[in-house]
Design a protein around this ligand. Structure first.
Ligand code: ADP
Ligand code: F6P
Length: 323
């Protein structure tokens, strides 16, 4: 056990994700169980710079494992990219006696954690984002819930789309990554899946011809899942309707995908990752992130993790085209 760690701080940063509360709860209760003090930092790096820091007890995290969002609130704080603010953040942590910090968020949040580590703060990142776009890990907190929410919503849209014999373009979240689109597209048996990573394969004329061919064979609906990274769903719907004569509606699911009660996977893996982060700090680890790789919870150095690249699964993508 790292005897230098007496107080652990925890914050959530970037976009929230269902399961973050489970991770916070695990951090707090694991640390308390090891005899440490725990301090919560509200609104990510913004709250750190504003010293919005409070003591957390076991009871502070009661009744939250089933709740979406984050009880610590979250924020985007571009000012934290400035070295003066990173210096200030490290000093504030020191002032509050925080010698180990758990940062729950995405790649941007991990960059902030690495900057604090350079200033002598022991930091561990926990991957939290609905987008699944953190290269070092096969799992990120919130993705499972978000995909299930998207899937259930698309099922509902499909019912009305079929009744009205329409084409539906459904836009799911993921500005930079198409994982939610690919998974929900496969789960819903969508006719087409459009993702930024394969933008060069997006051929609207081909889709129009396919819709016309399918209608001739009696098909009653046509579902296109469009990732936020491609966007422009309304304009696309108008063009497709004009070209095919098939009534076409666009639905942007939006932030509903970021909320709601986490799935069992997001609660259990979120809990495990939160606890692992504390274990790592106590074992003397710093400047690293927890990851789930090939069925195991492991950790990577932050720089190594951030240097990794991730693509959508090619087999899944090809499969979606074949079915
Ligand atoms: P995510 O953590 O989900 O990738 P963002 O990219 O919005 O989300 O980053 C979250 C926050 O992390 C930012 O608002 C900022 O406070 C901090 N951050 C992002 N990039 C850096 C960086 N290069 N250096 C320091 N802090 C950063
Ligand atoms: O957290 C990830 C994410 O939901 C992306 O899928 C999306 O592009 C972005 O955040 C939306 O951010 P905001 O909440 O600022 O609209």
């Amino acid at each position: 056990m790292n005897s230098k760690i007496n107080t652990i701080g925890v914050l959530t940063s970037g976009g929230d994700a269902p399961g973050m509360n489970a991770a916070i709860r695990a951090v707090v209760r694991t640390a308390l169980d090891k005899g440490l003090r725990v301090k919560g930092i509200r609104r990510g790096y913004l709250g750190l710079l504003e010293e919005d820091i409070f003591d957390m007890q076991a009871k502070t995290v009661s009744d939250i494992i089933q709740r979406g969002g984050t009880i610590l609130y979250t924020a985007r704080c571009p000012e934290f990219k400035e070295v003066e603010n990173q210096d200030k953040g490290a000093q504030i942590l020191k002032k509050h006696g925080i010698d180990g910090l758990v940062v729950i968020g995405g790649d941007g949040s991990f960059r902030g954690a690495a900057d604090l580590a350079k200033r002598g703060v022991n930091t561990v990142g926990v991957p939290g984002t609905i987008d699944l776009d953190i290269a070092c890990t096969d799992y990120t907190i919130g993705f499972d819930t978000a995909v299930n929410t998207a899937m259930e919503t698309i099922d509902r849209i499909r019912d009305t789309s079929t009744s009205h014999e329409r084409c539906s373009i459904i836009e799911v979240m993921g500005r930079k990554a198409g994982h939610i689109a690919l998974w929900s597209g496969i789960a819903n048996g969508a006719e087409d899946i459009l993702i930024k990573e394969r933008r060069d394969e997006y051929d609207e004329q081909y889709i129009i011809e396919k819709i016309n061919r399918r209608r001739e064979t009696g098909k009653k609906h046509y579902i296109i899942i469009n990732a936020e990274g491609i966007g422009e769903s309304e304009a696309m719907a108008k063009r497709i309707e004009d070209a095919t004569g098939m009534e076409t509606r666009a639905t942007i699911i939006g932030h509903a995908q970021r909320g709601g009660s986490p799935t069992a996977r997001d609660r259990v893996y979120g809990t495990t990752m939160g606890a692992k982060a504390v274990d790592i700090l106590l074992a003397g680890g710093t400047n690293c992130v927890v990851a789930y790789k090939s069925g195991e919870f492991i950790s990577y150095d932050i720089a190594e993790a951030l240097a990794m690249k991730k693509d959508v699964d090619q087999y899944m993508y090809d499969l979606s085209k074949r079915l």
